[in-house]
Design a protein. Structure first.
Length: 439
């Protein structure tokens, strides 16, 4: 009887930790989970701790907490699923898929497990099945998450078994021009070619989750529309209605693809029309990518066995790195060459001693002006050995981004911090370096 009561109490405590996570009270959730684990040696308690660590942005620590549980004889489904998300963030996709499949086998009707497993499903049909399970069982969940699931289902049904981003030409090495975008304080543009000899100019944006283009630029360039969806962006209402489709041809120098998946919008990315969209690093998967910002070159080369720099984590397509305030707390930041200036989350500012009052500011991103943006003084960011200039910084509420991604995002590292460096991203080893350029 006593053992049953202890199990029930532990289960209730773990459920309260998850309730706090659901309310974005991740600090309180982490404190409760740590206290619970210190009190009881239980798989459910350790699982709750792993979930809280992941939500707090301590991804590797979450993996250390969950790995022994997942290796036990009868691990909870949520432990398997959460460890699967850790391994996916670390770039260990095969292990992630295996863990998430095990989780859904143990709990086939659990909407929390189903939704998270859908991102690592081995086929679109299986992803649709998991997302439909989630929608049926979690109709009162976060409206943005529900809308995202519906949009994914529409896209997957439209695509069927058709492959996207199919390689046509893949040189071992590539050297193409990078051009500074005047007036942005650090943006760099690359030229791409489409069908019908159409050329478009794209901002090279490590903060982007793919290829986003204004619709008019691809209208007569081999574009086939597939589905409508909501894109969750940083500006306006935090979301934008967009169209997904395929480009018959997409090439950068000697690197060429067919059936490139693209998101289009009617909104201009640049009021002056200098660029037609933004391009994330997904297209360069498998390469070591070097952005030489002095010579104005983008270099692709094979991955190194022992790459320099710091690790990064991929969560929902976001390239996240560890950075800190000087002096002050550490956090996970979006590594964002598409942002001319860094931005810090309002919750992160609250943790920095010496941060000085906010003044309203206008910050323009894809989707419109960032609501509630402000400037703050007394904050300097550090990434590796690179420090910001110490001037005013932007801040805004990043709760929506953190909630939908499932990890706390403390801000964006923009070109005010990264310009004047050679940026090297090893997409195979998931490491990034930003070396100061000697002039």
């Amino acid at each position: 009887m006593l053992a049953a009561l202890l199990v029930a109490a532990t289960t209730a405590s773990a459920a309260h930790v998850r309730e706090l996570i659901g309310k974005d009270q991740w600090r309180e959730a982490l404190a409760e989970a740590r206290a619970l684990v210190a009190e009881v040696d239980d798989a459910e308690a350790a699982t709750a701790l792993g979930e809280a660590l992941f939500r707090a942005g301590q991804i590797d620590d979450a993996g250390f907490a969950l790995a022994p549980i997942a290796a036990s004889d009868d691990p909870p489904a949520r432990a398997l699923a959460q460890l699967g998300l850790v391994r996916a963030a670390q770039g260990k996709d095969r292990e992630a898929a295996d863990l998430l499949e095990r989780a859904t086998a143990k709990a086939p009707n659990d909407p929390w497990v189903a939704f998270r497993a859908s991102g690592a499903a081995r086929s679109r049909a299986r992803a649709i099945e998991l997302l439909e399970t989630y929608l049926e069982a979690a109709s009162s969940d976060d409206p943005d998450r529900l809308e995202g699931a519906r949009g994914s289902i529409r896209l997957y049904k439209a695509l069927g078994d058709r492959k996207v981003w199919v390689p046509v030409l893949g040189p071992e090495r590539l050297d193409v021009a990078l051009q500074p975008l005047a007036g942005t304080g650090g943006g760099y543009v690359i030229e791409a070619s489409l069908a019908n000899k159409k050329k478009i100019r794209l901002l090279l944006d490590t903060g982007s989750t793919g290829l986003f283009v204004v619709g008019r630029a691809v209208k007569k360039a081999g574009f086939t529309p597939l589905s409508e969806e909501t894109v969750f962006a940083g500006g306006g209402a935090g979301r934008a209605r967009s169209s997904r489709g395929l480009l018959a041809r997409f090439s950068i120098g000697g690197l060429e693809f067919k059936d490139a998946l693209v998101t289009t919008t009617n909104d201009e990315f640049d009021p002056q029309g200098r660029i037609h969209g933004v391009l994330g690093l997904n297209v360069f998967a498998g390469y070591r990518v070097t952005m030489d910002l002095v010579k104005g070159r983008l270099l692709l080369a094979p991955s190194l066995d022992d790459p320099a720099g710091a690790p990064y984590w991929d969560v929902g397509g976001q390239m996240l790195v560890g950075a800190s305030a000087v002096p002050g707390p550490e956090g996970l930041f979006l590594f964002d060459t598409g942002a001319s200036r860094s931005m810090i989350a309002r919750k992160f500012v609250d943790r920095i001693e010496g941060a000085q009052g906010e003044r309203p500011a206008t910050v323009r991103t894809y989707g419109g002006d960032v609501p509630g943006a402000a400037s703050v003084r007394g904050v300097t960011l550090r990434f590796l050995d690179k420090e910001g200039r110490g001037g005013p910084m932007y801040t805004s509420d990043l709760t929506q981004r953190s909630r939908l991604g499932g990890v706390e995002v403390s801000g964006f590292l923009g070109m005010d911090l990264l310009d004047g460096t050679t940026i090297v991203v090893d997409t195979c080893e998931q490491r990034v370096a930003a070396r100061a350029i000697r002039r």
